[in-house]
Write a protein that binds this ligand. Structure first.
Ligand code: SF4
Ligand code: FES
Length: 347
């Protein structure tokens, strides 16, 4: 089947979606995706970020589709013509969807662990507005503890359902899901049941925003201060192929290896992710590459790792001593009248 997206044609298998075809072509025409995840069955169709315009339905029926369609759930037809970035209507729709997603999403990127690798941050950078028209209060939720490894921050959730699909398709007994309806919908374990399945950590990797983050890495570092390396170990539960995020020779975080669409190549187990933070546990293969404009590149991570020694205590104490000397009053002998005052115990 032949499909043309933004003037570029490609032959694809029947059953391919417009988004998949666009990814095969690559480049600027690939629609953004906040809920579709190629490794999760049934994902997509929730966020509407991937809207495109079908200007020609097919060779057999060339009429355009009247409404914009979600490219992640719309199959291609032979001879179909699609406009992605080439259409002003699509650009406007993506702007509106971004504005809609940000209605309730807190703007706490400066303190969010996902900052620097957040799909919503990237979407807002490209399609967001500098001002909001929303004057109502943002929706908030009570914090909920879902276990020792994963931090749930429900206020940031965009209800993409990816984590629910991971739990459904990877773990043997899902204990969390989306509860309630409408703007009360939230990710919860219903009875605050801790999620402790050997593959549950993958929910962190698939979450496009900072709603699910790694408790073992929380507030340790900004991602762009870490140097990401591909590494592997012999693991009998998963493929053992990961990315380790290093600060000097300390492993601060372990994640799955992600591709250019920020999807993990292979899911990894919790043991690899949370329990092996010693560099001796891993065979380091080499630096992981990122998009040219990724903030993670700001760290020049491809340079050779140098041991980082932070002599915090000694240096800080030395500095404090110096400061103390500078701000203290110079000691001088007491004058006779002052000596009297001290003798009488008036001070
Ligand atoms: S917690 Fe993350 S992965 Fe789960 S539904 Fe919310 S945004 Fe999606
Ligand atoms: S990626 Fe298509 S609707 Fe979310």
């Amino acid at each position: 089947m032949k499909v043309t997206i933004d003037g570029q044609s490609i032959d694809v298998e029947p059953g391919t979606t417009i988004l998949q075809a666009a990814r095969m072509i690559g480049g600027e025409s690939v629609p953004p995706a906040m809920c579709y995840y190629s490794k999760l069955k049934g994902s997509g169709g929730k966020c509407r970020c991937c809207l495109v315009e079908v200007s020609k339905g097919s060779e057999a029926d060339p009429r355009p589709m009247p409404k914009l369609v979600a490219s992640c759930v719309t199959g291609v037809m032979d001879g179909m013509e699609v406009n992605s970035t080439a259409s002003e209507r699509v650009t406007d729709a993506r702007k509106s969807v971004t504005e809609f997603l940000l209605i309730n999403h807190p703007l706490d990127c400066p303190v969010c662990d996902q900052a620097g690798e957040c799909d919503l941050q990237n979407l807002s950078f490209k399609h967001g507005k500098s001002e909001t028209r929303y004057i109502e209060e943002k929706r908030t939720f009570e914090p909920e503890d879902i276990g020792p490894n994963i931090q749930l921050h429900m206020n940031r959730c965009i209800l993409c359902y990816r984590c629910v699909m991971v739990a459904d398709q990877l773990t043997d007994g899902r204990v969390h899901g989306v509860l309630d309806r409408g703007d009360h919908s939230n990710i919860s374990t219903c009875i605050s049941k801790a999620i402790d399945n050997e593959f549950s950590g993958n929910m962190i990797d698939v979450c496009p925003v900072g709603a699910l983050t790694d408790k073992t890495f929380r507030f340790k570092s900004r991602v762009w201060f870490n140097k990401p390396f591909n590494a592997h170990r012999n693991c009998d539960k998963c493929c053992g192929k990961t990315t380790v995020w290093m600060f000097g020779n300390e492993i601060q975080r372990v994640t799955g290896r992600k591709d250019e669409y920020h999807e993990v190549e292979e899911f990894i187990c919790n043991e690899c992710r949370f329990d092996h933070k010693d560099a001796n546990d891993w065979v380091i293969e080499g630096p992981r590459r990122f998009e040219k404009d990724s903030v993670i590149n700001a760290n020049n991570y491809t340079r050779k790792i140098a041991p980082v020694v932070i002599e915090t205590e000694e240096k800080i104490l030395l500095g404090r001593d110096e400061d103390r000397k500078k701000i203290s009053m110079a000691s001088r002998p007491l004058r006779p009248e002052e000596q009297e005052v001290f003798k009488e115990g008036n001070v």
